[in-house]
Design a protein around this ligand. Sequence first.
Ligand code: HEM
Length: 447
Amino acid sequence: MDMEAQKEIPQVRGHWFYGSLRELNESPHSFFANAGPEGHGLFQFRILHKKMISVVDADCALHIFKTNSQNYIRGSNFKKLQAILGLGLICLEGDLWKQHRRFVAPAFKPDFLKYSLSQNIQLIHSLLEEWTQHSLESKPVEIVDQMRRFTLSVIVKALFSIDIDLEKNQQLYRAIVEANDLIFRRNFSPFPFPNWVPTPLNRRIAHTRRAMDKFSNQQISLKQQNPDRDTNDIVDYLLTPNQNGELSHDEMLDEIRTLFIAGFETTATSLTWALYLIARTPDVAARWMQELDHCLGKRDPTWDDIAKLKYTENIFKETLRLYPPAYGLSRMCVAEDINQGYRIPAGSPLLVSIFGIHRSAKYWEDPDQFKPERFEKDWPQHAYLPFGMGKHSCIGSRFAYIEAILILASIGQRFTLALEDSAEVPPNAKVTLLPSRKIFVHLRQRT
Ligand code: HEM
């Protein structure tokens, strides 16, 4: 190791006792992105006695996720997530992670994605029928809740081949929405009690987990009681043995819970932000409608259209740059390392600020502006990581893209969007980067 080349990681001092706890809780995404001094790609801060490093440099991130990824494991934050997720892909490491990835990966291959697209079209039709009714009655729709309901119906259909009745399954809907809030609280709690201590937070976590498992167990038994039912879904893949044997029932429940949590709120919030940004940016909306009219007219999008709807894709891509649902990814440095000239001590917890990298003027021109066309010319690919990077990158990224292009295009074919309140909506970082308030949108039917 070249000791000469080492730079000191700058420190953010914070309160003498709490360190940066207050600032972090107030606005984690902007703290991780902006709290360090200018000109440094990393900075260190403290929460009570625990030190942590925030990374806002794309090359440092590349080193962590790719070049030296074996030295950066998921670490203690992911242990806290286990209370809800159990040992699913998000929380696993090493050989067990590899084994599980082999069970889950086949479900995200093109054959299934293609099939899933046709299923999603049906769900989109029923959502947009409701929206048409709203527009006829000049009633606005509240898109945070609408996109949550839509993405939940998509993930339930993909997992179990069923159309979920959200009125009858309020408990499941509430459990999944609440799970995200609980994960956040547990992650940023300075005093996380072990899971077995019956604190109010731990009891709520256990309750939420039970609600999700109750629903999954019912669906799995239905499948097992009706082996002749012709289904094609993710749980069918999880039930299929491979060269590593088969998943136990509990392992399967962990993976299902993981897919619910990983695939639901991330997609729901990004769709909400996309609609919000389109409604606020008339130039983008106009160019987008031209693409939709040209490629689709009034017919439903098909698998072949996905590759043609480039501007729609770039709108979603740009939304994920501005509001990356996973705004920070944590890792733990195993052995001492030099990263871009900085010495990272063994055992250091790190947080890679995806929000900070995506909004940095070092990589992006007008970083705070919504400009989907920036992806039409050369763009800094290494500074774009909404789905992570390297071996743990998102298994559902194609699934999310296809879902997003389909629903956005279908909305844009039918409606123009106008925000009820044009004031800017600041993000509110929880587990994902949520809008800080409800967003009402007026729909006008396109002729
Ligand atoms: C816009 C939507 C989405 C975003 C922004 C997103 C983001 C991410 C990110 C950043 C990671 C990396 C985590 C890490 O490195 O520690 C990840 C992993 C993962 N995502 Fe997604 N995700 C999205 C949608 C989905 C969907 C739809 C699914 C499944 C239905 C899914 C399932 C997963 C799983 C299982 C992992 C763990 C992968 C592994 O370690 O093997 N995600 N996601």
